[in-house]
Write a protein of this length. Structure first.
Length: 390
């Protein structure tokens, strides 16, 4: 099955039984026609389908059969999907609803042709990106996070390269904000196999980007998203997450206790180990500082908003390229202007007509990110380093 732009490829179906599906099959009162599978992950399978009512292509994320039998879990998922439908922003993959029929359940999502940031990084010629390459993506991601945190009062809780889509125009869009996390929690509560492997419902695919507080099972807040953002940006600029050596339990311990290796030092390490061909261009000190600040163990020491991270990238880019301003036509509706007299993060695509979300959207989520069984990282091959934890 091809790489899935909607599911993390780091894990298989995990022994979960999935519904039997085929191309050309009509589902949910003959509204959707299945066109082709997009991929499979640990918590479901995703198909491209045609919505013949709206006359658009959509992505159908089918849920494990185990969950369909659990009415309480399905109700939790319905509530999560209902909340997701209220999120309307051009830098977020839209959630349209949830369908249930004859024991088959699926979440209906916007179909975004393109690839994930995970796939883009895996194909990077040097194993990482330069600062200027990721600046537009940082602007998009931070714009979306700022909307989630400041307007929607939501926490993503699963920010990682596999959950960032790059559309056909190269623009970044966040997906799986809270829904996949809820599915993982639900499956773990009702699957002995999953509980044995991942403790209290954690996810190996998320561990590399989890904050110390998430790993310890403390209630989540937006500071955990900022940490995950920092971990993701660190990986984009080096080719590895901040902590990746050893098995999952070792990585979890490192995240909670060990200092982060500076970006320039990590690049040099990877060259000396033969994992990267070069150290690349120097990362501006302001960029390195904002990323390391985002990875602080203490929540209070991290940047208090995604906009501050974006502004550091914008300011650095403006200082380094004063004679080459980038136009709006090049960046469309990017909230952060890469260059210019001022740089600010706009709440792109917000609408005063949207219903105000209730404060309980930020209700603490106490499920710890547990370290489950996986192979140790290889020190001589880039692919095993990623596939064993990401």
């Amino acid at each position: 099955m091809p790489r899935d732009p909607f599911l993390d490829q780091s894990q298989d179906s995990g022994g979960q039984q999935m519904p039997s599906l085929r191309e050309g099959q009509w589902l949910f009162n003959r509204r959707y026609e299945l066109k082709k599978p997009l991929g499979a992950g640990g918590m479901g399978v995703v198909w491209l389908a045609r919505d013949h009512t709206e006359q658009i292509d959509v992505a159908l994320k089918f849920l494990p059969s185990l969950l369909v039998l659990q009415e309480r879990e399905m109700q939790r998922l319905r509530e999560e999907v209902r909340a997701g439908k209220e999120l309307r922003h051009p830098r977020l993959v839209a959630t349209y609803g949830m369908e249930l029929e004859d024991g088959i359940a699926a979440i209906v999502m916007e179909f975004v042709p393109g690839q994930t940031l995970r796939q883009k990084l895996d194909d990077a010629p040097h194993g990482f990106f330069e600062t200027a390459e990721i600046q537009p993506w940082v602007a998009d991601i931070c714009t979306a996070l700022d909307y989630l945190h400041e307007e929607a009062k939501r926490i993503h809780r699963d920010l990682k390269p596999a959950n960032v889509m790059l559309d056909s125009g190269g623009r970044a869009k966040l997906m799986d904000f809270g829904i996949s996390h809820r599915i993982k929690e639900s499956v773990s509560r009702h699957s002995k196999t999953d509980e044995a492997a991942s403790g209290a419902g954690g996810s190996s695919s998320t561990l590399a980007y989890a904050s110390p507080q998430q790993i310890s099972g403390k209630p989540s807040d937006k500071a955990d998203d900022i940490y995950s953002l920092g971990a993701m940006l660190y990986e984009l600029l080096t080719g590895t997450p901040p902590f990746f050596r050893g098995g999952l339990e070792a990585v979890g311990f490192q995240i909670k206790t060990e200092p982060v290796t500076p970006i320039h030092e990590r690049r040099q390490e990877l060259v000396s180990e033969g994992l990267n061909a070069s150290v690349g261009e120097a990362v501006p000190p302001t960029i390195e500082k904002i990323i390391l600040d985002s990875l602080e163990k203490d929540r209070e020491k991290r940047p208090n908003s995604a906009s501050k991270v974006a502004q550091s990238f914008s300011s650095s880019n403006r200082a380094n390229t004063p004679s080459a301003p980038l136009t709006r036509s090049a960046y469309g509706d990017v909230g952060v202007q890469p260059v210019g007299d001022q740089a600010s993060l706009s709440r792109e695509g917000s609408s005063t007509s949207l219903p105000q979300p209730s404060p309980d959207r930020l209700k603490p989520q106490t499920t710890p990110v547990a370290a489950n069984v996986a192979q140790s990282f290889s020190s001589s091959n880039r692919t095993p380093i990623r596939s064993s934890i990401l």
